[in-house]
Each structure stands twice: as structure tokens, then as C-alpha cells.
Design a protein around this ligand. Structure first.
Ligand code: CA
Length: 310
């Protein structure tokens, strides 16, 4: 009798093991509201908005999420980009029949989604900033020539500018910055960001490196970021990020943004071993092989939203 039971138990466990793994994950990323992805500065003009989020939309969709990839001005002020995003959010709501969306923005996409969540909180379930420039970037300060005098030596300044020129050329396919890019740089500078935060304060920490309100005007706020500028010797952009990271003088950063500047709402983590481009699984999946995959972070976050009924 005991033997019989034991055999049944073994067969049951074997049957469980033979079930396809995907059946366990079914619905893992099935959020109540559609997920809307919002790119950062330059938006990789040369490779298009979908590939910007390398492998991420498909990984979210495979377990149930509805995902929309938006395209706003590659380089412009946060308000201009925000208005463009708001128009697209309204279109997504009309097409899906959903009453709200979950916004996820990378880099300049962080402030861009905050603008929409601030002016139309009724349309937004959550706003998640990944490597978001929420309190400005010292790299933008250097670019505009407003880095605090004497804070960085001239030699280092040249290195930072060289690194930045390489990144701009790499992302936009153009060697120089346009007028609109200067508007973007103003928005991304420390002074420009603080001015923006005064008008659109939701989710922004009120202490230097703390967390912000988890919920503001009915919108849930989250953030995460990397803090390792150089992560993969095969990625051609890593040396440039190592140069721009010099702008931070030892402060924790992902090559373009200080960890503390990325904080918004609930800080999931601000020190993944990722650089600014790893955060969106670039370049084409060349990330730190010793760190959790960036794609996994987006899947986990979709599951977090789902479990919060969002
Ligand atoms: Ca990379």
C-alpha cells in the first residue's frame, strides 16, 4: 500500500516536471492596464523606437502584457516631448478601450512621463523611471558649460566632452548637436531639472537622495537605475560612457546620470551593475553577464504592477 502511494507521488511529481515551463509563467506580465514605453534623448534615431527597447516589448508581451512603444521628439524640451506623449497616450486609450496606462520612461523619458502623469493623472496608473534624469545630469551641465567652476580639471573636461560626442554620434547617427538638442540639454541640466521639478513635483524625493511619494494624485511612482559605467568589453559604447562618468567625480552613476538623480517614488534599486544603455538592453543585448538581465527587470516590474492591480 505504502509502495503504491509512493509510486503515485513519484508519477505526480514527474507529471508536474513535464508540464511546459511557460505554463507556470502564463499571465506573469499581464498587467491590468497597457504598458507604454517612452524612450530617452535621441531615441536611437538610427535604429528606431522599437529596437531602442532591445528585446523588452516581446519579453513583456509573451506573458500577457499589452505593450506600446511610443516615439516623441528625439531631442527637445521635456514639455514638448510630454505633450507629444500625451497625444499618443490618448490614442492608445482610444484603441484599447483601457481607462489608464502604465508609463515606463528611460533617461529623458523619466521626466517626460512625469509631465504626462502630472498634467493628466486621471489617465495614468503608474509612472516608472529607469535611469531617469530627475534631478539633472552633470554631463548636461558640462555640455552647457555650466559645471561648477574649478570642480573638474580642463583635461578631464576634454575627456568628458569627447566621450559625449561619441555617444551623441552613436545614438543619433549625426556628429553634431541640433538646436533642439540644446533645448534637451537645458531640460537635462541640473538647473533646468530643478525648475521642472518645482512645476511637476509628483514622486520627486524631497531629500537629496531619498525616495519620493509612492503614490501621488492616484498615480503610483517607481524607479530603478544602474551604477556601473563600463560593463562589457564587446560593447563599443562602453569606453565613451567611462569617459562621461568622469563628470560625477566619484559619485555613483551609470555613465550619464547619478544614481541619486534617478530616484522617483519607490526606489526599487539604484545600483544595478549596468550602465545607462544596459538599462534598455543595449547595445543589442551586450550587457553585464554577471548581473540580472535588464529584460528580467522589466518582466519583474510588470509582475509587480499586476500584483498591485495596475
Ligand atoms: Ca551595454
Amino acid at each position: 500500500m505504502k509502495k503504491h502511494l509512493a509510486r503515485k507521488a513519484v508519477m505526480f511529481v514527474m507529471a508536474l516536471m513535464m508540464l511546459p515551463a511557460s505554463s507556470w509563467a502564463a499571465g506573469y506580465t499581464e498587467t491590468k492596464y497597457p504598458i507604454v514605453l517612452v524612450h530617452g534623448l535621441f531615441g536611437f534615431d538610427n535604429i528606431g523606437p522599437v529596437d531602442y527597447w532591445y528585446g523588452i516589448p516581446s519579453a513583456l508581451r509573451s506573458d500577457g502584457a499589452k505593450v506600446y512603444v511610443t516615439q516623441v521628439a528625439a531631442a527637445n524640451s521635456t514639455e514638448v516631448r510630454g505633450e507629444q506623449l500625451l497625444t499618443q497616450v490618448k490614442q492608445i486609450l482610444a484603441v484599447t478601450g483601457a481607462s489608464k496606462v502604465n508609463l515606463i520612461g528611460h533617461s529623458h523619458g523619466g521626466p517626460t512621463i512625469r509631465y504626462v502623469a502630472s498634467v493628466r493623472p486621471d489617465l495614468i496608473a503608474s509612472a516608472t523611471s529607469v535611469g531617469g534624469v530627475n534631478r539633472g545630469s552633470k554631463v548636461a551641465d558640462v555640455l552647457l558649460g555650466v559645471a561648477p567652476a574649478g570642480s573638474i580639471s580642463n583635461t578631464v573636461l576634454v575627456s568628458i566632452s569627447n566621450g559625449l560626442a561619441q555617444i551623441i554620434s552613436f545614438l543619433s547617427g549625426k556628429p553634431t548637436m541640433s538646436q533642439d538638442a540644446l533645448a534637451a540639454a537645458n531640460s537635462l541640466s541640473t538647473a533646468g531639472s530643478l525648475k521642472f521639478n518645482a512645476k511637476y513635483p509628483e514622486g520627486v524625493p524631497t531629500t537629496a537622495c531619498g525616495e519620493g511619494a509612492y503614490t501621488a494624485r492616484g498615480v503610483a511612482y517607481f524607479s530603478w537605475s544602474g551604477a556601473k559605467p563600463y560593463t562589457n568589453v564587446l560593447d563599443v559604447i562602453d569606453p565613451a560612457l567611462a569617459l562621461t562618468s568622469l563628470a560625477f567625480g566619484g559619485e555613483k552613476n551609470d555613465g550619464l546620470v547619478a544614481s541619486c538623480s534617478t530616484h522617483l517614488g519607490k526606489v526599487i534599486r539604484d545600483d544595478y551593475a549596468m550602465n545607462h544603455l544596459d538599462e534598455v538592453n543595449q547595445t543589442i543585448g551586450l550587457v553585464n553577464i554577471f548581473e540580472t538581465s535588464p529584460v528580467t527587470l522589466y518582466r519583474q516590474h510588470a509582475n509587480r504592477l499586476k500584483n498591485q492591480g495596475l
